[in-house]
Structures are given as structure tokens and as C-alpha cells.
Design a protein around this ligand. Sequence first.
Ligand SMILES: CC(C)(COP(=O)(O)OP(=O)(O)OC[C@H]1O[C@@H](n2cnc3c(N)ncnc32)[C@H](O)[C@@H]1OP(=O)(O)O)[C@@H](O)C(=O)NCCC(=O)NCCS
Length: 132
Amino acid sequence: MSSDESRAVWTAEPPGRTVVAVDGGTLLGTARMGPNRPGRGSHVATASFMVHPDHHGRGVGRRLGTDALAWARSAGYRSMQFNAVVETNRAAVHLWQSLGFTILATVPEAFDHPEHGLVGLHVMHRRLDDAL
Ligand SMILES: CC(C)(COP(=O)(O)OP(=O)(O)OC[C@H]1O[C@@H](n2cnc3c(N)ncnc32)[C@H](O)[C@@H]1OP(=O)(O)O)[C@@H](O)C(=O)NCCC(=O)NCCS
């Protein structure tokens, strides 16, 4: 994708929100968030995250995840759902579980991983009516 194409895909339209994590002038990562479904599913939030590989393991993903949860709660969402967490993405699965998400189900062989072949996609979920 070009930079313009990426921006168009990544930037969430209102009522969604897109944020960046920066260290001085260095962009470390970004997250987008908003309703998971339109209309009568719009009380459930979703979010997506990217941290630059040079800055993995510094807590940027955790900050972005915590920020997304706080935003969703303050915006009145009842829960947050991740639709497609690759089961071999150990950092992501660990991080979301540590932030209170549970794996509801795993869609088998739904992702064609470049190294591992066909692997599952977790649907992960967290209610927002308890303490963050
Ligand atoms: C997933 C991602 C957002 C995490 O960002 P990050 O800034 O590296 O994450 P953090 O440093 O905040 O925390 C990572 C956590 O995962 C843990 N972790 C890292 N690599 C791990 C691994 N291979 N196995 C298990 N845990 C791992 C870290 O120890 C840390 O947990 P801790 O705080 O309990 O010690 C980042 O790796 C990324 O952008 N990946 C590519 C895109 C992606 O996968 N997006 C999310 C899709 S659901």
C-alpha cells in the first residue's frame, strides 16, 4: 500500500478514533478504535494496533491498549471485541489477556500465516463494566 492508501484504510471515521504513540518526534505505534458493528451492534467497540518493530517490547502496545479501553469505556461502550487475533501471535494474545480479554472462540485455519501455514483466529472479548 502507498502511504495515502494506508492512511485511508487506517484512519477511523467518527465516532471512531485513531491515535499515535510518540517519543519526541519518533512515531512508535498507532491504534484505531470504534464500533465493532453499525447500528444495533454499535455498543460493542473494537480496536486494532500496530507498533513499529524497532519499538516492540517497550510497553507501547500496552499503553495503546489501555488507552483504547479507557476511551471505549468513557464513550459508553459495553464491551470490546477483537475479531481476528492470530493464535500464533503470542505477544498480542498475552497482552490482551493481561488486559482482561478472554478468548471466546478460535476460528480454525482462518489465517494463512507466511511461516506457520493455516492457523486459527481468536475472537477475544472484554466487558467494560469492571475496573480496568
Ligand atoms: C502486538 C503488539 C501491538 C504488541 O506491542 P508491543 O509494544 O511490543 O507490546 P508491549 O511491549 O506493550 O507488551 C508486550 C507484552 O507481550 C509480551 N511478549 C512479547 N513477546 C512475547 C512472546 N513472544 N510471547 C509471549 N509474550 C510476549 C511482553 O513480555 C509484554 O508482556 P508483559 O508486559 O506482561 O511483560 C506488537 O507486537 C505489534 O504491533 N505486532 C504486529 C501487529 C499486531 O500483531 N497487532 C495486534 C493484532 S491483535
